[in-house]
Every structure is written in C-alpha cells, then in structure tokens.
Ligand binder design. Structure first.
Ligand SMILES: [Zn+2]
Length: 203
C-alpha cells in the first residue's frame, strides 16, 4: 500500500527506500501525521538527541517561508508539551503555498529543525523552500514531469527542505546527520538540505 505519494523530486529515490521500510513495518508507516493529530501531538516522544539538546528547556524555533515571506519565531514546546497555538502558526507557515488551508505537521519535525538550529549555534531563521505538499500539487507536478510519482514525507507533513543563512549546506547536513534525528538529504548544488522526522538516514 502506498502511504505517501511523490512530492519533492530531489527526495524521490531516498523516500522510495523509506517506503519499502514502511511496507515491511506497518507501525512505522502508519504513525506520523494522522496519529499525531488524533493524539493531540502533546504526548509524542522526541528522539533522545532532542532531549539532550534542550534538557527540558523551552524549545524555540525560527522559520521563514521563502514563497510567502511569512515567518514564525518563538517557543513551540514548554514544560513537556507542544504548544497548540504555536503548532497552528507553524503549520500555516509550512503549508503548501498553493493551499488556503494548513495541514497538521508532525511536531517532531519542529524538534529536528530546532535541534539542528541550536546545535549550529545560529540565531538565524530557517528559510523553508518546501514543507507540506498537497496531493493536488503533486499530481500537477507529476503531469508536467516524466518522472514517475513516488513517495515523500513532504506529503505526510514530516519533511522540510531548508537553508540556514550563513551556513553551508554541506556543514548543515553533516551536523544534522551526526545528530541522528531523522532523514537528512544534501542538495549541495541547490544549496539546501532536506530534513525529516522519519527514520535516521542520510543521502
Ligand atoms: Zn525534501
């Protein structure tokens, strides 16, 4: 069963491998966006590395959306809970730019972004090139491209393609991969990295 459809062309091949893992482990594939929404997102466990980075302190994040100029800056997790209002704002900034409605993102993606940002010692906001991708957007792209539609965590609200001002994509990818928080893809020529809160892997 296909749980996710293609979105980010650059991430296709890697996410196909992930899809294979999902199919062999239904629990892996079925968790995430919808489970997070149902659970209210407040009880999700973050990877140990996230806890190490923040050690119980409030988790803050700064992001700016390249396409819209919209941004979020502030605390999204405090005293053991994700803050719903902050999540709602983050969901909106990370929406498919062509959509008028936001989709609940997996809040563990925010932990990945915040942890890497903190580890880099950067006060700059992430520039988000791609966050959530809607099926309609993907379908339209697929019609325009000869590439076969595959799978992507962008469509399940678990991935973002980002840049951090003043930091080379190679350096970012290395640091993120060392942290083992999820998937890390380096697109050096395009100057961005893909980060997701799926299983730790690197390409
Ligand atoms: Zn991507």
């Amino acid at each position: 069963m296909r749980l996710f459809a293609h979105s980010c062309p650059a991430c296709d091949a890697q996410d196909e491998a992930l899809q294979a893992a999902c199919e062999s482990s239904p629990a892996l594939g079925r968790r995430g966006l919808f489970a997070a929404a149902v659970a209210g997102a407040a009880t999700l466990a973050a990877p140990p590395a996230v806890a190490q980075v923040f050690a119980g302190r409030p988790r803050a994040l700064g992001i700016r959306r390249v396409q819209t100029g919209e941004n979020f800056s502030g605390v999204y997790w405090r005293d053991g809970r994700y803050e719903r209002n902050a999540l709602r704002q983050l969901d909106w900034v990370l929406r498919d730019p062509g959509m008028e409605e936001a989709t609940p993102m997996d809040p563990r993606l925010f932990d990945v972004l915040a942890s890497v940002q903190a580890r880099m010692g950067s006060d700059e906001a992430w520039l988000v090139i791609s966050g959530y991708r809607a099926p309609e957007t993907n379908a339209a792209r697929a019609r325009q491209s000869r590439r076969v539609s595959r799978v992507s965590l962008h469509m399940s609200g678990m991935a973002a393609d980002v840049q951090l001002p003043g930091r080379a994509s190679l350096q970012l990818a290395r640091v993120a991969a060392e942290m083992q928080l999820g998937g890390v893809g380096l697109y050096r020529r395009d100057g961005f990295i893909h980060l997701d809160c799926g299983p730790a892997r690197r390409w």
